[in-house]
Design a protein around this ligand. Structure first.
Ligand code: GLU
Length: 387
């Protein structure tokens, strides 16, 4: 009987990956690069790419966060043993990234999947304007059916301005792109009740729905995983993902077809989000951002917004405030009643010039093309009213 009470995804945890609309997959260096040869493990790599191809052919958006640049480049430059100094890692990354990108291009190309390399630094996800640019580019790539292959821009990232590990970078990407599933493939199959290398009776934890202090302690005790991450950065990634409404899974990538394995329920640890990315984003737009201006709309636009549509310039009759592209603004009706908060796609001076005009006229008016919508519906949070 208890079975009936379980929600679908509890019975079939792999469906969180299988049914996701947008997936970020992080692949650790220790999986990609064979430490004895310093080369890519081709057989395994091919099987992973087959799995990515399967997700794409079902129409799922895929973003890959691929480590391995430093591991691939160090051998190429003759930097063999021991820890590297920062400038050596940067040099190794410069040599390795080109190989890494080439390998992804070759492998995904066999599935006719266009590949695009995106190298990010911390500021690209933490500073608003750069964040908007990075998100816009990634969104365009996904819209064109490409798979972005993302890594930290190690060659320019010094200690103070680097993520340092791709677990958190992947979580930031998942948050930025409103992904609904983040897969961390590494050399461990999840979070254990104790360090399994020391305590054979340690058990794998199948589901975590909240990062409690106990979970953090467990992560601190774990000594597994050879990448720069370890379990602590995976838990930090889980915190970011869950706050963004994105499920996250730590799964072993040791065997071929690691994504297929997660989907078919192989042992792993799922961090289950209580919210969806869309609702978290709307709460953020409505609650956390200080509005910089007001857009007054006509009755037709107000009705369109209430029906879940985007705000087009044609429906705007007044523009107030001082705002830039990407800032939050309040949308009001002619009586001054707040209808919505939203992220505006044009600056105040541009908005004044295009208000009341058709979207097809935007390029001619501004001298450059932009979005058709002044506020896209994904960037709108409607004000709920009782009654
Ligand atoms: N960005 C590093 C690389 O490509 C990897 C960082 C990590 O291991 O998390 O080599």
């Amino acid at each position: 009987m208890a079975e009936c009470l379980l929600d679908e995804s509890e019975r079939d945890p792999g469906a969180r990956l299988g049914n996701a609309r947008r997936v970020v997959i992080k692949i650790g260096s220790s999986l990609l690069v064979d430490p004895s040869t310093g080369r890519l493990d081709d057989l395994w790599f091919g099987s992973l790419v087959d799995d990515v191809g399967a997700l794409r052919s079902r129409g799922q958006d895929v973003l890959l966060v691929s480590s391995g640049a430093i591991a691939l480049g160090r051998r190429h430059l003759g930097l063999r043993e021991g820890p590297l100094r920062l400038e050596q890692s940067q040099a190794a990354a410069a040599a390795g990234q080109i190989r890494l990108a080439h390998a992804w291009q070759e492998a995904l190309g066999r599935h006719d999947i266009p590949v695009a390399q995106v190298l990010l630094t911390l500021g690209d996800t933490e500073q608003r304007r750069r964040y908007l640019n990075a998100r816009g580019t990634l969104e365009t790539l996904l819209g064109l059916g490409a798979v972005p292959v993302i890594n930290e821009n190690d060659t320019v990232a010094t200690e103070e301005i680097r993520y340092g590990d791709n677990d958190r970078l992947a979580a930031r990407v998942a948050q930025m792109m409103s992904a609904d599933c983040l897969v961390l493939l590494s050399d461990v199959d999840g979070l254990y009740t104790a360090d399994p290398t020391q305590f054979p009776e340690a058990e794998l934890i199948a589901t975590v729905s909240e990062i409690t202090p106990d979970v953090e302690i467990l992560a601190g005790e774990s000594t597994t995983d050879l990448g720069s991450g370890g379990m602590i950065t995976k838990i930090a990634a889980a915190k970011i993902a869950l706050r963004a409404g994105c499920h996250m899974v730590i799964a072993s990538g040791r065997n071929p077809h690691p994504l297929q394995a997660v989907e078919s329920g192989a042992p792993c640890t799922w961090f289950v989000a209580g919210d969806t990315p869309a609702s978290v984003r709307k709460q953020w737009i409505a609650g956390s951002l200080k509005p910089r201006g007001d857009l007054v709309v006509d009755a037709g636009a107000a009705a369109a917004l209430a029906a879940g549509k985007s705000l087009l310039p044609a429906g705007v009759i007044e523009v107030h405030g001082e705002f830039e592209r990407g800032d939050a603004v309040i949308v009001r009706d002619g009586d001054g009643t707040e209808l919505a908060h939203g992220l505006v796609a044009y600056s105040v001076s541009e908005a004044r010039r295009i208000m009341g005009r058709k979207s097809s006229e935007i390029a001619a008016i501004l001298g450059y093309g932009g979005r058709d919508e002044l506020i896209h519906r994904n960037d709108l949070a409607m004000i709920k009213r009782n009654g």
